[in-house]
Design a protein around this ligand. Structure first.
Ligand code: EPZ
Length: 421
């Protein structure tokens, strides 16, 4: 077990290199199982969730290897269409392997996925889409046995909600379907575009990724390719929140500023001065953080749920009252009780509205990460708190944020990781 310890009130200065996107890397690693050959995936972040995806690839007969931030997947030997529960439980994105297995083998056997406990996180949209494409799915005590006795068929699918995972899973399964699959009300996140770019480089025919209607022609001959994962827009927003909370001025290098357009107005409303250039963003912290009257999480291009916790933490020390409405997940304010231990004045109403009364100061405390972004939020708060904060359960942070404490230390924070008994 390890903890991160942060002594706050040290302004951040300097620059930080942004990691590749976890939420792009994971579907692309699953996609590597749907094609036949060698995929070379650059800018792949070094995270426990990526390790979990590589373990699944190895289990189903692919060969994987990491060389720095490049992951190489040779899927030519893939031969298993079953993923054991222990691997499924390691992360949420394990469910994307079902679409990949259906495309590659016409069948797949998986159990429910694990991942951050931020809500119910059903997979009904994934499964009903597969059924519409001709899959037969039997739930045998939590074991989902999927087959397509007559083969998968392209279908017109309309999602009740633009689910990121369902869009990705359908894109993958439709690679193995006869004819065209049309996804209406598809998710439009940059990670969807990245997955489509990867698959197109592998030979797939996909039109419309990044828009609400995506068309995929199935049965193209798919091979491996070389691909560079997009920068992680959520981690970029985490560094911005860190700078806002600690004070100072930092540059985040390697960003795609266009992907940050849903979050930049919120940080500017809080008083940050942000300059964007092609691949770099600088942020100067305000002397005093301003309140944000109202902020609502939404599917892209709305304000991302994944940046909600860090903004909540940043606003804990703002001037005035801010209101944050979480519209995507039912249980995404689990960091709030931890922030309250540090002196924050936040009340959660109906599970989905946080009313933040900004306080003059936060104090270091012993707190625990409950999920990935909530854990990062505790680091944001700790950077602006007086005294020492000990963050426990940091395996949640390690799922998605590469060496958070080292990067913060390079920026001048007093942050370290220690082993515990
Ligand atoms: C992806 O999760 C991300 N994970 C999440 O990031 C992110 O918070 C989320 O999209 C929303 O942007 C990855 O990309 C690996 P959804 P996903 O399906 O695909 C409901 C992080 O911290 N829903 O878009 O699981 C669901 O319950 C993680 O990096 C159904 O009802 O999200 C939720 O309310 C956490 N039925 C909403 O849709 C379904 O079948 C959005 O979920 C699927 C989803």
């Amino acid at each position: 077990m390890e903890n991160i310890i942060i002594s706050g009130m040290n302004p951040l200065n300097g620059s930080v290199e942004l990691q590749g996107s976890k939420n792009s890397a994971l579907p692309i690693l699953a996609a590597a199982a749907a094609v036949d050959g060698i995929s070379i995936i650059h800018n792949c972040p070094d995270l426990s969730d990526v390790d979990a995806a590589m373990k699944i690839l190895d289990f189903i007969g692919c060969k994987t290897k990491r060389e720095g931030h490049t992951v190489i997947v040779d899927s030519s030997g893939a031969n298993a269409s079953r993923i054991p529960e222990r691997l499924m439980k390691e992360m949420r994105s394990s469910i994307l392997f079902l679409g990949a297995l259906l495309a590659r083998f016409g069948c797949g056997c998986v159990s429910a996925p694990g991942g951050c406990e931020i809500g119910l996180r059903p997979i009904d949209l994934h499964l009903s889409a597969f059924r519409s494409m001709g899959a037969v799915i039997e739930d045998n005590g939590g074991l989902l046995e999927c087959s397509a006795p007559l083969g998968l068929k392209g279908a017109a699918l309309s999602l009740a909600f633009p689910s990121v995972g369902a869009t990705e899973n359908i894109m993958l399964a439709s690679l193995g379907a006869d004819g065209e699959t049309v996804i209406t009300n598809a998710a439009r996140e940059p990670e969807i575009i990245d997955l489509a770019r990867f698959l197109s480089s592998c030979g797939a025919e996909i039109i419309g990724a990044g828009e609400s209607v995506i068309r995929i022609k199935g049965k193209a001959k798919l091979h491996g390719c070389e691909h560079r994962i997009i920068p992680d827009r959520i981690v970029a927003s985490t560094y911005i929140a860190c700078a806002a909370s600690a004070g100072g001025k930092i540059a985040v290098k390697g960003v795609d500023c266009a992907h940050l357009s849903p979050v930049i107005p919120a940080f500017e409303a809080a008083g940050c001065i942000i300059h964007q250039s092609e691949k770099e963003l600088t942020v100067k912290a305000p002397k005093k953080i301003s309140r944000i009257k109202s902020l609502r999480t939404m599917p892209y291009p709305g304000f991302p749920t994944d940046s909600q916790a860090i903004v909540t933490a940043m606003l804990a020390r703002s001037e005035g009252t801010s209101v944050i409405i979480e519209k995507i997940f039912e249980n995404r304010f689990r960091h709030v009780p931890e922030l309250i231990k540090m002196g924050a004045d936040i009340r959660v109403e109906d599970g989905c509205v946080a009313v933040i009364e900004g306080v003059e100061r936060l104090s270091g405390a012993r707190v625990g990460a409950c999920d990935l972004r909530g854990g990062c939020a505790l680091a944001v708060a700790a950077l602006g708190a007086e005294g020492e904060t000990v963050i426990e359960n940091i395996h949640h942070i390690d799922r998605g944020c590469e060496s958070l404490e080292s990067r913060l230390r390079e920026l001048g924070a007093d942050a370290k990781r220690i082993k515990t008994n």
